[in-house]
Design a protein around this ligand. Structure first.
Ligand code: GLA
Length: 397
């Protein structure tokens, strides 16, 4: 069966599961239709979302989205948890479901400091590996993973989050193992992208980063892209993660980051959007684990830090809607430069923002509530490309 036929058949099945007729399916306004001439619309999923127990999530995916990212199951700690163990189950389920349903698929992520076992960097005795061993380790890893998924994913996030807020490199993971010298890390980054180009031909290759809007960090990302380009090493795009909040970043920063990255001739993607509505993370992305300290779980802090356990007050729902609307207006204005906008999750219950940077909170970061009803933001976002005609002004008496 052609993938478009499979897609249609599974949409009908998904709608009938929810008691909707396929006619109402066609009438429904959807994100992917609203933005079909602008950019792809993606969601991050887990293999659990794609099994038989998650029919409602799949209905959302099939009706609203045309691109997928995999949240965790293609990270090094999932695919290669121990030196002699490879675990393809989650990733394979993802590519199988995604391909069967005609989705564009991202592999995420080959090289990162986080969710990567220490044996990537240390030898059997826990001592740091020498530089050539580190280069060899990442090459064998990329070879194995990219060969396994060759022709099955459309793109790879090749390196994730290696640039610091100041624009240098973060002294973590690979950078730390290499000793942190800029020249060595530059060489390593070139090696990693060269390996990806070698073992993942015909697959797009991206750099993915958070807080790219910050001018000092943006400069570091631009330096990285230019460095690869100067050596003729393939990089096809840059992902702006967009873990943002009700009150940050200022919109002009977003415009500037998109323009400056697009000027490099690479695709720009908004790769992991969510809008945090809780204190204090609605004001800025908290890096690290400081807010996980037990004192912040005390009653007096809990009231302040987790105020919407019983539901989102109407005024915050309105702020959440307005924030999503203005963000999508920015993306739409830049539609010639943006290739894809991906949400980091589907409904609020699936968001990492309930657990980070403070564990066990009730956040409302996405376009659907926990019961799969849409937030007000959904309507406003869908309307951005086709604004409703303004209501005629009332005639004066
Ligand atoms: C980063 C990573 C993602 C994910 C999110 C939080 O942005 O790129 O894989 O871990 O953090 O869930």
């Amino acid at each position: 069966m052609k993938s478009s036929m499979i897609l249609k058949a599974s949409m009908v099945a998904a709608f009938s599961l929810l008691g909707l007729s396929s006619a109402s399916a066609q009438d429904a306004r959807t994100l992917k239709d609203a933005y079909k001439d602008a950019f792809k619309i993606g969601a991050a999923v887990s293999s659990f979302d794609l099994n038989e127990r998650s029919a409602k999530t799949q209905e959302l995916l099939l009706t609203q989205f045309n691109a997928l990212s995999i949240g965790n199951e293609m990270k090094p700690e999932s695919l290669h948890p121990q030196p002699d163990v490879w675990n393809w189950r989650g990733g394979d389920a993802y590519v199988e479901w995604g391909k069967a349903h005609g989705m564009w698929l991202l592999g995420h992520t080959l090289c990162w400091h986080n969710q990567t076992p220490a044996f990537f960097w240390n030898d059997g005795n826990g001592n740091p590996k020498p530089k050539r061993e580190l280069f060899n380790t990442i090459e064998r890893y990329i070879e194995t993973v990219c060969t396994h998924y060759l022709g099955k994913v459309d793109a790879w996030d090749v390196i994730n989050e290696i640039v610091s807020e100041e624009g240098g490199y973060r002294d973590l993971g690979w950078v730390h193992a290499l000793g942190g010298k800029t020249e060595d890390v530059d060489e390593f980054i070139k090696h990693v992208f060269r390996c990806a180009a070698k073992y993942a031909p015909d697959t797009e290759l991206y750099y993915n980063e958070f807080n790219v809007w910050r001018p000092s960090k943006l400069a570091g990302v631009i330096r990285l892209v230019k460095m690869l380009q100067a050596d003729g090493i393939r990089i096809d795009g840059v992902g702006i993660q967009a873990h943002w909040g009700l009150n940050y970043p200022e919109n002009h920063y977003i415009d500037e980051a998109i323009d400056q990255l697009a000027a490099l001739g690479v695709k720009v993607m908004i790769t992991e959007i969510d809008v945090d509505v809780l204190p204090i993370s609605k004001e800025g992305q908290v890096i690290g684990k400081s807010l996980q300290e037990a004192q912040y779980q005390l009653e007096e802090f809990e009231k302040f830090l987790d105020p919407y356990k019983d539901g989102l007050p109407a005024e915050v729902e309105a702020q959440h809607a307005a924030r999503y609307q203005e963000l999508f207006q920015i993306f739409y204005n830049h539609r010639d430069q943006i290739d894809r906008v991906t949400f980091w999750g589907t409904h609020d219950g699936s968001s990492w923002k309930n657990g980070s940077p403070i564990p066990r909170r009730t956040n409302y970061a996405l376009l659907w509530n926990r019961d799969y009803t849409p937030h007000k933001a959904f309507d406003l976002v869908v309307d951005v490309p086709n604004p409703k005609p303004a209501k005629a002004a009332k005639k004066r008496k």
